[in-house]
Ligand binder design. Structure first.
Ligand SMILES: C[S@@+](CC[C@H](N)C(=O)[O-])C[C@H]1O[C@@H](n2cnc3c(N)ncnc32)[C@H](O)[C@@H]1O
Length: 302
């Protein structure tokens, strides 16, 4: 199976900050094409384990074939990371997430994420679950469509565009493009990425899944374990930043306000790590990436 071209984002920074060591257990909840996972697996070696999840079964199979060709133990599972608490996972040394879509989603029109070609309007990472973008638009009330377009895509005139989408009931990407042209005229081309981003976030419940990951993930870490997340837009980064900040504060007594315990987690990134100019030049898709990480204190009970 030949792999589409893919460059893992912030790879060196991820390895420096999360510091995978021989014998460790790594959980990569967004395998994609296995770019980061391959580097993790090489570093944990034959005594370590790499557990990889992806909601997209096509990506999962591609990553699996790449990882199984290496020495080392790779356990690849078709799963959404929102189900992380139900996957019967062992204690983890490194939990890593590289959010959003992968290069094949953008580059291969057959994956249904592009607005540059006419394909069925789907936008799901996992087509075995949930509903397509076309079905979602048909099902949800106009106000909800408008809210998603406004919140997830920061789209101007979101109410008017939501009304047009509800009237036209688009079932292909081209039908959405035509609807956008009818509302936004010459500005349509500029807002199409925002429209498709908003629909993708809604259909995959991306922010709900991230909140579950941020809620459940840290407790899977062994003492000394590290968790790192790369996000690509402010809606994601805000949630990661806020959760990691709260986790790295000392718990306080509700009445006295005194610290009752040292913090259970330490911030490994005071400020988000962003790609260098060189990386952005070589891989323009990395330009909005932000990496944040925490470490579970060694002294916390397992
Ligand atoms: C940016 S790519 C990961 C790229 C990967 N780090 C690499 O180097 O090849 C994100 C991947 O996460 C998957 N994904 C997105 N949301 C997910 C979720 N909630 N659960 C599991 N996988 C998800 C997508 O299908 C995609 O393959």
């Amino acid at each position: 199976m030949s792999l589409p071209h893919h460059t893992p984002v912030l790879l060196q920074e991820v390895l420096t900050i999360l510091d995978p060591r021989a014998g460790e257990t790594v959980l990569d909840v967004t395998l994609g094409l296995g770019g980061h996972a391959e580097a993790f697996l090489k570093l944990v070696g034959v005594n370590g384990v790499l557990i990889g999840l992806d909601a997209d079964v096509q990506n999962l199979r591609l990553a699996e074939s790449k990882l199984h060709a290496l020495s080392g133990r790779a356990d690849c599972r078709h799963a959404n990371f929102s189900a992380i608490a139900d996957l019967d996972l062992p204690p983890i040394d490194i939990l890593f997430a590289d959010l959003g879509l992968s290069s094949p989603h953008v580059d291969d029109p057959a994956r249904g994420f592009t607005f540059r070609e006419e394909v069925p309007l789907d936008l799901r990472y996992d087509r075995t679950n949930g509903v397509s973008a076309a079905a979602w638009l048909a099902q949800v009330p106009e106000e909800e469509v408008a809210r998603c377009l406004h919140e997830f895509g920061e789209l101007p005139s979101s109410k008017r565009f939501a009304r047009v989408l509800k009237e036209r009931k688009p079932t292909t990407t081209t039908a959405v493009v035509l609807a956008a042209e009818s509302v936004y005229r010459w500005r349509a081309k500029a807002v199409l990425p925002q429209i498709f981003q908003a629909l993708r976030i809604a259909v995959n419940d991306e922010l709900g899944a991230l909140e579950t990951l941020l809620h459940e993930g840290p407790s899977l870490l062994r003492p000394g374990g590290r968790m790192g997340v790369i996000s690509y837009h402010s809606l994601e980064d805000r949630r990661v930043k806020q959760t990691f900040r709260v986790l790295s504060q000392a718990p306080k007594h509700p009445e006295t306000g005194q610290n009752v315990h040292p913090p259970f987690f330490t911030l490994l990134t005071r400020k988000a790590i962003v790609p260098s100019e060189d990386e952005v030049t070589l891989n323009p898709r990395s330009r909005s990436a932000k990496l944040r990480a925490i470490m579970r204190s060694v002294s916390t009970p397992s």
